[in-house]
Each structure stands twice: as structure tokens, then as C-alpha cells.
Write a protein of this length. Structure first.
Length: 214
């Protein structure tokens, strides 16, 4: 990956890291710059878990935390915000990710990020006026990989063209032989890049509970 430096992008990165967020990609479109933000690891979940949103017992704690923290960043940098939960219509986070030069489609149809692997998540985005960075595409990390993600799912719920939600939920709510419920999706965990990212199992378990509606 090669990405041009921009002082405002670096300023945003430095400010975001105070709350364990990081720049996960930059996209220039229609005369503005979209800065994608995701968890900066290690340390994200330990930091977030102490917040008011994660301890008040109210719905959607992580989304509320994201909107508060990224909203503060937006005020500081005179930016607009976008969040995956906004909608419908929903902001095109997948398209932005693929255009950012930092993410690709993995063989199982999920996004794979150059630093987060298959543990990729986008907490939100800032949109600022002007073209502040340009990116060039490098090769997907999946190209030389042995692709353990393709065989890790115990029920073959994932493929490059489809995702069998019912099969996934049946497994996770049943015997759960791969401990997906407590450790996170087995396919995501199989990604070699995910191994070095530093995401805690507690965060994966949180997302799995949200997925299951528990």
C-alpha cells in the first residue's frame, strides 16, 4: 500500500488515537475527503469498556459511543459524519472501504483490511472539504495466502457469493464446536492478519451477542 501523506489526515489520526480509533482508509470523491475510522489495537476494547455507554445498560452502546467520540472529532475538524447505522439509506461503507486502497474482498466475501484482517470494522467516518489524500492500490493480502478462512467455518456458512445466516446462527446457538460465540467467528479468526491485530475475544463476544440479539 502506498498512501500520500496529508497533514490534516495525520492530525485526525493523532486525535482519533486518543480514543483508540485509527484511520482505516481515505477516499476522495466529489470534491471532499472521506476518512474511515476503525478500532486502533491493541487497547480499543479495554478503553471503550470503561465508557458511560458501555456501562449504562441502554441499547446500542458501541454505536452511541462511536457517535459521541467521532462527533467530537467532527467538531474539532469542521467535518461532517457518517455511520454504518445511519439509514436507510445507509452510507456506502463497503464501497468506501474497497476504494480506500486498504481493504479488499476476501475469498469468503467479507472485507479484509491490511492491518485488521478479517476483524475489520468501521466505527464511522469523517467527511471534510477538499482533496486531502490520494491512495494507490496494492495487491490483496489474500493473493499469496493459503486462505484458511475458507475452511474454518464448521458449517460452511460463508462463500465468495453468499452468507448463510441461518446456518451460522444455528451453529453458534447450538454445539458451537469452534467457540464462535465466545471467541468470535472462526473464519475471521483464521485470517493470518487477524492474529496480529490484537482484538480481544471479549469484543468479538460482544459483537456476537449483538448478532444473535442476546
Amino acid at each position: 500500500m502506498a498512501q500520500a501523506r496529508s497533514s490534516v489526515i495525520e492530525d485526525i489520526r493523532n486525535a482519533a488515537r486518543l480514543d483508540h480509533l485509527d484511520v482505516f482508509g481515505v477516499v476522495v470523491e466529489n470534491g471532499e475527503t472521506v476518512i474511515l475510522l476503525g478500532p486502533h489495537e491493541p487497547g480499543f476494547w479495554a478503553h471503550v469498556s470503561q465508557s458511560a455507554e458501555l456501562t449504562d445498560g441502554l441499547p446500542d452502546p458501541l454505536d452511541r459511543w462511536s457517535k459521541r467520540i467521532i462527533g467530537k472529532l467532527a467538531e474539532s475538524f469542521e467535518a461532517d459524519t457518517a455511520f454504518p447505522s445511519d439509514g436507510p439509506p445507509y452510507p456506502p461503507f463497503i464501497s468506501w472501504a474497497l476504494a480506500s486502497a486498504l481493504a479488499w474482498l476476501a475469498p469468503i466475501g467479507m472485507l479484509v483490511h491490511e492491518r485488521a484482517g478479517l476483524m475489520t470494522s468501521y466505527r464511522g467516518a469523517l467527511k471534510i472539504k477538499g482533496e486531502h489524500a490520494l491512495s494507490t492500490r496494492s495487491a490483496s493480502p489474500c493473493t499469496p495466502c493459503d486462505k484458511p478462512c475458507k475452511t474454518a467455518c464448521p458449517v460452511d456458512a460463508l462463500s465468495d457469493t453468499s452468507y448463510d445466516v441461518d446456518a451460522c446462527k444455528t451453529h453458534v446457538l447450538g454445539p458451537d464446536t469452534k467457540s464462535c460465540r465466545t471467541l468470535g467467528c472462526a473464519a475471521r479468526r483464521a485470517c493470518p492478519i487477524s492474529h496480529s491485530y490484537g482484538r480481544l475475544p471479549e469484543q468479538s463476544a460482544f459483537h456476537m451477542r449483538a448478532f444473535l440479539g442476546k
